[in-house]
Design a binder for this molecule. Structure first.
Ligand code: NAP
Length: 292
């Protein structure tokens, strides 16, 4: 296989962990390649750089790109082929190109979340048919909610703007009409929490550095008994939500594993080979530098 030219399209990209994850995996796999950052401002400002990247993809000069904020939706307009999962979620985080120069788009956030969820919390969660409360209704929440629904979970989506939660629910229902989904405005008081919850997911940026003092949950409300916590935020590694949950005895994990899994799934698509997660975990272990 010729050297893989890969990278990340987004803005800003200052402290991304992706180059370390991919470079470590490429090396462990014995593959030649590079993974570069392509900071492209939102359109229309980034138009010229954007066009050049897509020309390079179609010409086979670039083999694959990950996509992050603010471009996960906009790239969908450039695709020759969008996978069903990404289309239903409404966001693409992985771009590749086939032998005919056709650019395809996929979403590895959703399967990445689900794999990591079961890898790290599988011992305390039902295999399917669980009940989850998801905080936030942005791009990451859409991937998380989609993944849980496909695993036959019942999901409550809770956002500070009730209409955003409602929009998420309605757009997923357009493709998954019988999905057991409910939109909520704000974190409900204790007596209004959905009963028999198994999982609380934070898909807001609350708790992320440099605002690591923030908490997406009401501190006066203990995490209900039997509920595990998954915080998509991974910077800092121990968020306030994780510390709060663990102090109350709830199993709790950060989104670092989702970051690793979505990267590994993308690299598998580009290389056609199995990706050693251990190399990726090692590359980001014991890291104390700030990331975004
Ligand atoms: P996004 O599209 O901007 O959505 C963020 C959501 O959080 C929106 O519903 C937003 O509501 C809400 N929110 C923001 N600030 C809030 C506040 N102060 N109080 C209450 N709600 C607030 O962002 P995203 O792409 O979904 O990312 C969300 C988080 O997940 C980020 O921290 C990101 O780093 C993390 N993430 C992690 C992974 C991973 O692999 N671990 C992958 C993707 C994302 P408004 O629209 O009202 O602001």
């Amino acid at each position: 296989m010729s050297a893989l030219r890969l990278g990340l399209l987004g803005f800003p990209l200052g402290h991304s962990l992706s180059p370390r994850l991919h470079t470590a995996a490429l090396s462990a796999m014995g593959l030649e390649g590079e993974y570069r950052l392509y900071p492209v401002p939102p359109l229309p400002e980034g138009e010229t750089a954007w066009r050049m990247l897509f020309e390079r993809l179609r010409a086979g000069d670039l083999h694959g790109l990950n996509v992050t904020i603010p471009h996960k939706q906009a790239v969908m307009n450039e695709l020759d082929f969008c996978e069903d999962e990404a289309r239903i979620i409404g966001a693409v985080n992985t771009l590749g190109v086939d032998n005919s120069g056709r650019v395809w788009g996929a979403n590895t956030d959703a399967p990445g979340f689900l794999r990591d969820l079961y890898a790290r919390l599988g011992n305390v969660l039902p295999l399917q048919g669980g009940r989850a409360l998801v905080l936030g209704a942005g791009g990451a929440a859409r991937a998380v909610v989609y993944a849980l629904i496909r695993a036959e979970w019942e999901v409550w989506v809770c956002a500070r703007r009730g209409e955003q939660a409602q929009m998420l629910v309605e757009s997923l229902r357009a493709s998954l009409p019988y999905a057991p989904l409910t939109a909520l405005e704000g974190v409900p008081p204790r007596e209004a929490l959905p009963p028999r919850l198994n999982l609380l997911v934070n898909a807001t940026p609350l708790g992320m550095a440099p605002h690591s003092e923030t908490l997406p949950w009401d501190e006066a409300l203990p995490i209900p008994e039997g509920v595990a916590v998954y915080d998509l935020v991974y910077n800092p590694r121990e968020t306030r939500l994780l510390a709060f949950a663990r102090a109350g005895g709830a199993p709790a994990v950060s989104g670092l594993g989702m970051l690793v899994e979505q990267a590994a799934l993308a690299l598998e698509r580009w290389s056609g080979q199995a990706v050693p997660r251990s190399a990726m975990w090692q590359a980001v272990a014991e890291d104390s530098s700030p990331q975004t």
